[in-house]
Ligand binder design. Structure first.
Ligand SMILES: *[C@@H]1O[C@H](CO)[C@@H](O)[C@H](O)[C@H]1NC(C)=O
Ligand SMILES: *[C@@H]1O[C@H](CO)[C@@H](O)[C@H](O)[C@H]1NC(C)=O
Length: 486
């Protein structure tokens, strides 16, 4: 045998071992995330989905305007997605978006890179958020139209993971007296709009300041069902937590109590912001805690605040006005944890849940609303029906769609430099994880049937499944191709 032939053979054996037909074709597809009980799940294979991500608002919250927002500049997206992949994340949160801009290219790039987006529907601009002290002045049809337009546009992307109806709207004594029923109304309006107009059910949640006065009451109030209807209940709950600073443990940080507070929660809970910066440089040891058995039964992961360096000093990366991104020390420190974190699968989760006696697994039903919640006033009267004509007719906005990207669209053309200012040695283009062709594979039910079919055939003797034939054809094609190369 010639050396070339020998190499080909080794290559073939290697390919045979590494190529899994189903991975290559069936799952190279952007699976929408849905919710099953306390968990986010991949809607195709039903495996749990854990958020491992960062908050992304380059330029700060003021950087949304008529001309730009975090997903309007494909070159900036390419640069940052390359860094997201290097960090090892699967989700970003974006705080403000302008639905008059086109986001197809950035969303397609994120989808190809295997990254989901969770989106706040509010912005600091006028008519685009609730005023927490006078919510009645801002809860109106102009505001509702804004949030419906964002929903309408982003519902069409499979990598839209969910929408936040609000971020820390209730954060002090006065807002806790005035705002709670308004937040619930907004959640209800969003869910109704999605039900009527979106191609799939996209979950709606709330992102809360972790204040002990409201931790339990607010999460319970937003979760509860009114008159047995869950139409105003959050689908998931985000907690902004900054209590693990420097070297800590579950106990010294108070994470153990935080976890206990949400053990019985019937919806997914995760950190919508974390990463205390009181002790610098940040170590991010809390990542290990977050994905440990003690926490992953209750928390579905989290998002580090935040990707870009702004005046509040939480950045992983500093972005200058010419578009150069410089990695900061915290980038490496977070990468060390994220890139080595293995997310739990369904088997690990069910074993861990069965061992945890504090979890009430069968309490899956949404609790009914009580008359009173500590430290909150839930009796304010909210005007009803302000969104009904918009919900009926739908709102006018360009609907998002995935677009075909050329190979050069995946190149990072803006400069990335390391801590010392030298050119960064990492990848220079986005790694393709997903394909944006429509999915023609099998749904989970179909797969189960195929599974049954297979085992039936196995028992009956020998029958080669179509996927093995396809793999064989693939290998043969590859063999011919390689023969030409060598
Ligand atoms: C969870 O439910 C159990 C049983 O109903 C109860 O004993 C426990 O106190 C609850 N935990 C919280 C944090 O509400
Ligand atoms: C998006 O998800 C839907 C429903 O699961 C699927 O039919 C469609 O093919 C997906 N699109 C892409 C581009 O993955």
């Amino acid at each position: 045998m010639s050396i070339a032939a020998f190499c080909r053979m080794i290559l073939l054996i290697f390919l045979l071992k590494s190529i899994s037909y189903s991975r290559l074709f069936v799952y190279a597809y952007v699976a929408p995330i849905s919710i099953n009980g306390k968990q986010f799940v991949n809607s195709i294979n039903n495996e749990p989905f854990y958020l491992k991500g960062v908050d992304y608002q380059p330029g700060g919250s003021s950087e949304v305007n008529e001309d730009r927002d975090p997903l309007s500049d494909p070159l900036a997206c390419a640069r940052d997605i390359v860094l997201f992949q290097d960090l090892g994340i699967n989700t970003i949160r974006i705080y403000s978006i302008n639905p008059d801009l086109n986001h197809d290219k950035c969303m397609s790039m994120l989808a190809i890179a295997g990254i989901y987006v969770i989106l706040d529907v509010n912005s600091p601009l006028q008519n685009q958020h609730l005023n927490r002290y006078e919510p009645w002045t801002t809860y109106n049809s102009v505001y509702l139209e804004h949030i419906f337009r964002i929903i309408e546009q982003f519902s069409h992307y499979n990598n839209t993971l969910g929408f936040f109806a609000g971020n820390e709207v209730i954060n002090d004594k006065i807002s806790a007296q005035l705002s709670p029923p308004y937040v619930k109304s907004v959640i209800g309006d969003m869910k109704t709009y999605i039900k009527r107009h979106s191609p799939r059910v996209i979950p709606v949640g709330y992102s809360a300041a972790d204040d002990l006065n409201y931790r339990v009451p607010l999460s319970s109030y937003l979760e509860c069902a009114e008159d047995r209807s869950t139409s105003l209940s959050v689908d998931f709950y985000g907690v902004n937590s900054y209590q693990w600073c420097g070297r800590q443990t579950m106990e010294t940080s108070g994470y153990n109590q935080l976890v206990d507070a949400y053990k019985n929660y019937t919806k997914p809970v995760f950190f919508s912001e974390f990463g205390c910066n009181k002790v610098l440089p940040r170590r991010f040891d809390e990542v290990r805690a977050l994905f440990s058995e003690e926490m992953f039964t209750t928390f579905s992961g989290g998002l580090v605040y935040e990707f870009s360096q702004e005046s509040n000093n939480y950045g992983l990366v500093s972005i200058s006005s010419d578009g150069t991104a410089q990695l900061l020390g915290d980038f490496d420190s977070l990468k060390k944890h994220y890139s080595t974190t293995i997310l739990p699968d369904s088997k690990q989760v069910s074993i861990a849940i069965s061992k945890d006696h504090k979890i009430q697994v069968d309490k899956n039903e949404t609790p009914l609303c009580r008359a009173k919640y500590d430290n909150l006033n839930i009796n304010g009267k909210v005007a009803k029906g302000l969104g009904s004509s918009l919900i009926k007719s739908g709102v006018d906005v360009e609907k998002g769609k995935f677009i075909q990207l050329s190979d050069s669209d995946l190149d990072c053309t803006l400069k990335i430099v390391d801590k010392q200012g030298n050119p960064w040695q990492g990848q220079s283009k986005i790694k393709k994880v997903n394909d944006l062709r429509p999915y023609y594979g099998k749904t989970k039910d179909e797969e189960e049937n195929i599974g049954k079919e297979k085992s039936r055939k196995k028992n009956n003797g020998n029958s080669i499944s179509p996927s093995i034939w396809s793999s064989a054809v693939l290998l043969l094609a590859n063999f011919v191709y390689q023969s030409f190369l060598i």
